[in-house]
Design a protein around this ligand. Structure first.
Ligand SMILES: Cc1ncc(COP(=O)(O)O)c(C=O)c1O
Length: 391
């Protein structure tokens, strides 16, 4: 079996859906004040460039982060100050308030893996009181909701990464709530066709591999050979899902092709399938694994199924060998954060791995994932550290 980490691109995604009759586009796609980017880091970079007022401008960011969002902020000329994340992956309002001084102009909050941050409304109140703006980083939380409102609508700005949740070759959205202004739309470039084509081809091949039920290593080789031929011919592509920030690619917007695919998706079905798949996997694994997110709140739209493992790289390697593209989530943060990371942050970087649960997976895939995890039970951490206080 082959189970990719992200949703795949299939022929049905080329058939348009009548959204008026079917269902409306969700936030932020339905939102007026928004910009499309190739990657979320591009939107973050342009937002911070636009908001910069002095060389002392500082933003509070979580110690538990990907790293690309921090690189984009620093590239835009901002200073970052880190706040800590607790055992339940939430922030402390008290700590954040203590970190605010005259240089702090903004706060970035990450909604991890599709679980909305609970204290977001109180944090916005602090921001309002102190005259600071709030950016909700929803790169991992598209289609999640908090108090029946879409995640991302409390802050002044929200950034979303679309290619993680949807079958699109690239795409991110920067939304501005509360009539705040955005960077100028006219100054962005469409990506080269080859970048979009090669990633779409890969997503299409993933669909064939998923549906055929075979691991098909030969397809991997075809993909690699085509990739190295294009590189030798100096036909450069801009990738997605990598680590780093290239300021020369920061002006790229989402491709027209990816925007067309957005019109052909059933977002209600995607959200409910992800939630259902979490519950199925949870039923299979609940007794033998531990996870920072044991419950699926009403608003959650899970990106992956997070589990704690003793040796993350060994676990990932074992899963990949079985055709399950598990993800070694965030092994290292930005170098600036590393010395001062909290205990939970260090723990999650070492031990948190992610299993696929996206909308293309059915019960047979989930059953297979669960059986493979059970085969490697000796690698699982059965209990969260004692300091864990639940979510
Ligand atoms: C929390 C978070 N924010 C921002 C980003 C940047 O996303 P993108 O890969 O679309 O630039 C990522 C992933 O890289 C992320 O995990």
């Amino acid at each position: 079996m082959f189970i990719p980490e992200y949703p795949t691109l299939s022929p049905r995604h080329f058939i348009s859906i009548k959204h008026e009759a079917y269902n409306a586009l969700p936030y932020p796609l339905s939102h007026q004040n928004k910009l499309f980017f190739y990657l979320a880091r591009n939107g973050i970079y342009h937002l911070f460039k636009k908001k910069k007022t002095s060389d002392w401008d500082t933003v509070l960011v979580p110690d538990y982060h990907h790293g690309n969002e921090i690189r984009a902020i620093i590239a835009a000329g901002w200073k970052v100050r880190f706040y800590h994340i607790g055992w339940d992956l939430t922030f402390s309002l008290n700590e954040i308030e203590e970190l605010i001084d005259d240089h702090v102009k903004g706060i970035l909050v990450i909604h991890y893996l599709g679980w909305p941050q609970k204290g977001i409304n109180q944090l916005k109140q602090i921001c309002n009181r102190k005259g600071i703006w709030l950016l909700e980083d929803c790169a991992l939380a598209f289609l999640a909701e908090s108090s029946s409102q879409p995640v991302g609508t409390v802050g002044d700005y929200a950034i979303f990464c679309l290619y993680k949740t949807l079958p699109v070759p690239n795409g991110a959205v920067l939304a501005s709530n509360k009539a705040q202004s955005l960077p100028e739309n006219g100054s962005f470039d469409l990506p080269g066709k080859l970048s979009t084509l090669s990633r779409s081809f890969q997503l299409g091949m993933d669909w064939v591999r998923l549906k055929s039920g075979f691991h098909l290593n030969s397809m991997n080789r075809v993909k690699q050979n085509i990739g190295s031929l294009l590189t030798r011919l100096k036909l450069t592509r801009v990738g997605v899902g990598d680590s780093g920030f290239d300021v020369n690619a920061a002006n790229l917007s989402m491709s027209d092709f990816a925007q067309k695919i957005l019109m052909n998706l059933d977002y209600v079905q995607i959200r409910s399938k992800r939630r259902k798949n979490f519950q199925i996997l949870h039923q299979f694994l609940n007794e033998i694994i531990s996870t920072p997110f044991t419950t699926l709140g009403q608003g959650t739209c899970p990106l992956f199924y997070p589990i704690l493992v003793k040796d993350k790289m060994e676990f990932i390697h074992k899963m990949h060998k079985k055709g399950i593209m598990a993800v070694p989530f965030w092994n290292h943060g930005h170098a600036f954060a590393q010395k001062n990371e909290s205990e939970p942050c260090r723990f999650f970087r070492r031990h948190l791995a992610e299993l696929p649960l996206h909308q293309d997976l059915d019960a047979k895939h989930l059953e297979y994932i669960a059986s493979c995890v059970k085969e490697e039970a000796y690698l699982l951490i059965k209990e969260m550290p004692k300091k864990y206080y639940g979510n």
